[in-house]
Design a protein around this ligand. Structure first.
Ligand SMILES: [Zn+2]
Length: 243
């Protein structure tokens, strides 16, 4: 679905990823779950394009529900895969960093089962490694469709980054800031739950990286688009605190 001119949201529930169009070229921001491949192929075709128009896959982080189709896009479409350098090892080895909270503590939540069932069905219980990645650092502007600028905001994972499309005033937040909690179901701007973060206190501190970001629309990895600006989203995420 079109969320803004040239920006398409792809989702089969729980997790979002995005296709950015510019000058006939496509950039995939995050790569969903492995079972989202057919959705990606349909979405590209729906834009009147082919997989060869997919120039790159830009990852907000290397978790299994965000990296799922990246290796297949690399080998099938010849798209280069980019990730922050602090998540590069996780992306290429498939070894996930340990979480600082216990997933067990969410067992009484219906949302927990909904998420686990949906992601398991789509093969996102483990990282599908990417054989070869390009890396970026904080503040780097990438020469890719939409000219995204990386905003490193670690905590959910060491290399978690938000990506700013400055010309469009859109911030792709990955799992730096979500608008729906995939383990509790709580709706509204917030950091991800402790059971999925490598360092929750750091994730909260990293919200400072989004202070002053010139974005009206925030497109998260989990939840609906946020249209009331970055500053208000950060304020509400701080107020919500950890979960
Ligand atoms: Zn996620």
């Amino acid at each position: 679905m079109l969320v803004k001119e040239g920006i398409h949201r792809l989702t089969q529930g729980v997790v979002n990823f995005y296709l950015i169009e510019e000058g006939g070229k496509l950039l995939l921001v995050d790569a969903g779950a492995p079972g989202d491949w057919d959705l990606l192929v349909r979405a590209v075709a729906g834009l009147g394009r082919g997989l060869h128009d997919l120039e790159a896959v830009l990852l907000t982080h290397a978790h299994p529900d965000h990296i799922g189709t990246a290796e297949r896009a690399r080998t099938t479409a010849g798209a280069r895969v980019w990730v922050h350098r602090a998540d590069a090892d996780m992306a290429t080895s498939g070894r996930r960093t340990k979480a600082d909270g216990k997933a067990r503590s969410y067992l009484l939540r219906a949302e927990f089962y909904r998420t686990v069932f949906s992601l398991t069905r789509r093969g996102a219980t483990r990282i599908v490694p990417v054989q070869e990645v390009g890396t970026f650092a904080d503040g780097e502007s990438l020469d890719l469709p939409g000219r995204p600028r990386a905003v490193h905001a670690p905590g959910h994972s060491p290399g978690s980054a938000a990506l700013l499309l400055e010309g469009r005033r859109v911030l792709l937040t990955g799992d730096v800031l979500a608008t729906r909690n995939p383990l509790t179901g709580r709706v509204g701007p917030q950091i991800m739950p402790s059971g999925l973060n490598s360092d929750t206190p750091q994730a909260l501190r990293s919200l400072a990286a989004l202070d002053g970001i010139p974005a009206d629309v925030l497109l998260p990895g989990h939840g609906e688009p946020w249209t009331e600006g970055a500053a208000e989203a950060v304020r509400l995420a701080r107020a919500a605190g950890p979960s």
